[in-house]
Design a protein around this ligand. Structure first.
Ligand SMILES: [Fe+2]
Length: 244
C-alpha cells in the first residue's frame, strides 16, 4: 500500500495485509534499491513480498532489511528473507546479539509458561551488518540515517530519510501516535534511557511518523514524539484519546 512518495506499507496484521500479529512492515523505494523496515512474525514473510509485488515493487531491487529491534513480531521473518532473498540484514549491536542467541536464551526465558513461550521463539539469524548511531546508508538515490534510540529496548534503532514529501521517520515501538510509548519490565526496556531516546527522535523534527503499530501519519509526526517527551518529563500518563 503506497503511503506517500517512496514509502509503502507492505506488511501489517492490524491493517490485514499480512498474518495477524505482524507489526507494520514498511518499504522505502530509493529507485534502484529498496529497503524493508521490519519484517513481521516468521509465519509468512512471503506475504510481505506479495504485497510489494501488488504495489509494483520489483523484488529484485530489495537490498536491505533494517530492524528497529528484534522482537518476534518485527524480526521473525528475517532468517527466511536473508536466505531466500539475499537481503542484507542490519541491526544495532545489542539487538544483533539477541537475534543471534535467540530471545529465550538472551533473557533466560526457557522456563516460562507454554502460552507465552511461543511468542519468544524466533528463528535466529546473524545480522549481515551492525549499525552505528548516525550511520548513513544509501538506498538507491535516498540516504537513510540510523539513529540509536534506546527505550522500548536498550538497542532499538530508528531510521529517517528525507524525501520530497518531507522527513520520514520509522520508529519501531519506541513511540506511537498521540505520544504513547511501550515500556516493558527490565531488562527488556531501558527506562533510564527512554527519555534520552525520545529526545533524539524529537530533535529530528519529523514530518511523517511511521511506528511499528497503531496509526502512522504523513504530517507533524514530531508532535507525537514531543507529546511523549512531555508526558515523561511531567510524569503524566498519555491521555487516552480516540485515534483521530
Ligand atoms: Fe517491540
Amino acid at each position: 500500500m503506497k503511503l506517500t512518495e517512496g514509502i509503502y506499507l507492505c506488511g501489517s496484521g492490524a491493517y490485514g495485509l499480512t498474518p495477524e500479529g505482524d507489526c507494520h512492515c514498511y518499504v522505502i523505494d530509493g529507485g534502484e534499491e529498496l529497503a524493508m523496515i521490519d519484517c513481521g512474525l516468521q509465519n509468512d514473510p512471503q506475504a510481505i513480498l506479495a504485497e510489494m509485488e501488488k504495489d509494483g515493487l520489483d523484488l529484485g531491487r530489495l537490498r536491505y532489511l533494517f530492524l528497529t529491534h528484534v522482537h518476534p513480531d518485527h524480526a521473525g521473518g528475517c532468517q527466511w528473507l536473508q536466505k531466500n532473498c539475499g537481503v542484507c540484514v542490519m541491526a544495532g549491536e545489542e539487538e544483533g546479539k539477541v537475534l543471534e542467541s535467540g530471545l529465550q536464551k538472551a533473557f533466560n526465558l526457557e522456563k516460562i509458561p507454554d502460552g507465552f513461550a511461543s511468542y519468544t521463539k524466533i528463528l535466529r539469524a546473524v545480522p549481515d551488518h551492525i549499525l552505528h548511531d548516525g550511520e548513513e546508508i544509501a538506498v538507491g538515490a535516498l540516504k537513510v540515517t540510523a539513529v540509536h534510540s534506546p527505550g522500548h529496548t536498550p538497542g532499538s534503532y530508528s531510521f529517517f530519510t528525507d524525501t520530497r514529501g518531507g522527513r520520514q521517520l520509522f520508529c519501531g515501538d519506541q513511540v506511537f501516535y498521540h505520544g504513547f510509548i511501550s515500556l516493558l519490565a527490565p531488562p527488556f526496556s531501558a527506562y533510564g534511557q527512554y527519555l534520552q531516546g525520545l529526545k533524539k527522535l524529537s530533535a529530528l523534527n519529523a514530518d511523517g511518523l511511521f511506528p511499528g503499530h497503531l496509526l502512522w501519519t504523513l504530517r507533524n509526526g514530531h508532535r507525537h514524539i514531543d507529546e511523549a517527551v512531555w508526558n515523561m518529563e511531567s510524569g503524566q500518563r498519555p491521555e487516552l484519546k480516540p485515534f483521530s
